[in-house]
Write a protein that binds this ligand. Structure first.
Ligand code: NIG
Ligand code: FE
Length: 413
């Protein structure tokens, strides 16, 4: 049996709850001079440091000397498995080319499809591993990973296998999403219907054992709402959890569409309408916001956070890590931009990066908060208040990462 007692926690900070938390219900618990006792990877006890020190006197103890302890970050939206990079496109965008223009010209997603198809399985695993390790140093202990840069049968399968292999290589939990409906690839440009048929009749049925969720990009240049309905209907029949890239650049009713299919989450939502938000609230669909992507794309507009509050749509945050719109690794960056660019409160951003993020990938029962019974996924921050995550926005305070009760990262080690 493995045991760990963490004592003299200056601030133990966590959200709590059995379901996603809507903005107006956001509350953080901040315990001073606390301790946590962990057994076999799970949190067993939380209480005053002095009390637990006596109760578990014999146990292996880590005295954190006043540091802050928070739950490991959960990143519920990444495109982690790809090859190549797009820094040239980035320079073009800085000169004024738009994302949709580049996508329609066969660049954008398709340029990453070309390099990803050319990469071997092992190369993809190694690249993803490097990225996951970068995320670990930033405190991310659970990562959702989407496919979507293969866009044919063999290559989508290769990416899903790479994602599965990744779980064996890194300490994080990996949650896999099939995003074969990212866009119609260049080689199916004149055969759009054929690609949709391939998704429905071969990829979705065959990849169910490799992926827990299915996602689709509903956007000008990707899939229309009508096409999305047909594809999502099949995804649902095969038992995938549903996610939707919705209203990222235009309001196509993507949020509402996600709600129609009782999607676990709708993601991006920079241009989401009131009507869609109302439907999402009713369906219990979480809004996953991606401020680093909005910032990096220099989108004019941002999610109407005040309306998420009004309609009661729970908010999660993610990095959206991908080579085109968001080459970011750090959930702290997503939280900081959530606050400074989108107008979230620090409490909302904290819950969005932990408990609500876990619910957005159906892990809210085991991850995302510090509560007895949950996985001991913990960050030890070398600071005296959690507020420093925002107050010193470009300083990463993560000193130790504990995953399933084991120290898996120590800064400088
Ligand atoms: O989440 N929006 C669609 N997919 C990605 C971008 C993909 C790309 O440009 O490579 C996103 O922003
Ligand atoms: Fe994305």
């Amino acid at each position: 049996m493995s045991e760990l007692l963490i004592t003299h926690i200056g601030e133990l900070v966590t959200a709590k709850g059995e379901k996603p938390i809507a903005p107006l219900d956001v509350r953080l618990e901040v315990l001073k001079d606390a301790a946590i006792y962990v057994e076999d990877g799970r949190i067993v006890d939380i209480g005053p440091s002095e009390e637990l020190s006596k109760k578990y006197r014999e146990k292996f103890t880590l005295d954190v000397d006043g540091r802050v302890v928070i739950p490991g970050f959960v990143d519920p939206h990444t495109h982690l498995v790809y090859a190549g990079c797009r820094h040239e496109e980035f320079l073009m965008k800085l000169k004024g080319a738009s994302y949709t223009e580049i996508l329609k010209r066969g660049g954008g997603i398709n340029s990453t499809v070309r390099s990803t198809r050319a990469a071997l399985l092992d190369e993809l695993i190694e690249l993803a591993e490097r990225r996951a390790k970068e995320m670990l140093a930033a405190g991310t202990t659970t990562i959702e990973v989407k496919s979507g840069y293969g866009l044919d049968y063999e290559n989508e399968k290769k990416i899903l296998l790479a994602a599965r292999e990744l779980e064996r290589k890194v300490p994080q939990d990996i949650v896999i999403t099939f995003l074969g409906a990212h866009t119609v690839p260049f080689d199916y440009r004149e055969r759009r219907e054929e690609y949709i048929e391939l998704l429905k009749s071969r990829m979705l049925p065959d990849f169910r054992s490799l992926a827990e969720f299915a996602d689709i990009f509903v956007e000008d240049g990707a899939f229309s709402p009508e096409e999305a309905r047909k594809i999502l209907k099949v995804a649902k029949e095969y038992g995938y959890g549903i996610k939707v890239h919705a209203d990222q650049l235009h309001d196509l009713g993507g949020g509402g569409l996600a709600a129609e299919f009782h999607a676990i989450s709708a993601e991006h939502l920079d241009f989401v309408s009131d009507e869609s938000l109302e439907k999402m609230a009713e369906a219990g669909t979480i809004g996953v916001l991606l401020p680093t992507s909005t910032f990096f794309l220099r989108v004019k507009g941002s999610p109407p956070v005040e309306k998420f509050r009004k309609y009661g749509v729970p908010i999660a945050l993610a990095t959206d890590h991908n080579p085109g719109t968001s080459p970011y690794y750090s959930m702290q960056s997503a939280m900081v931009m959530g606050v400074f660019e989108f107008g979230l409160t620090p409490e909302e951003a904290f819950i969005a990066a932990t408990l609500n993020a876990a619910f957005a990938i159906n892990r809210g029962n085991i991850s995302g908060s510090i509560e007895p019974g949950k996985k001991a996924d913990l960050l030890i921050l070398d600071t005296h208040s959690w507020v420093h995550l925002f107050y010193e926005p470009d300083r990463n305070p993560v000193e130790f990462v504990i995953k399933n009760g084991n120290i898996v990262y120590e800064r400088g080690a």
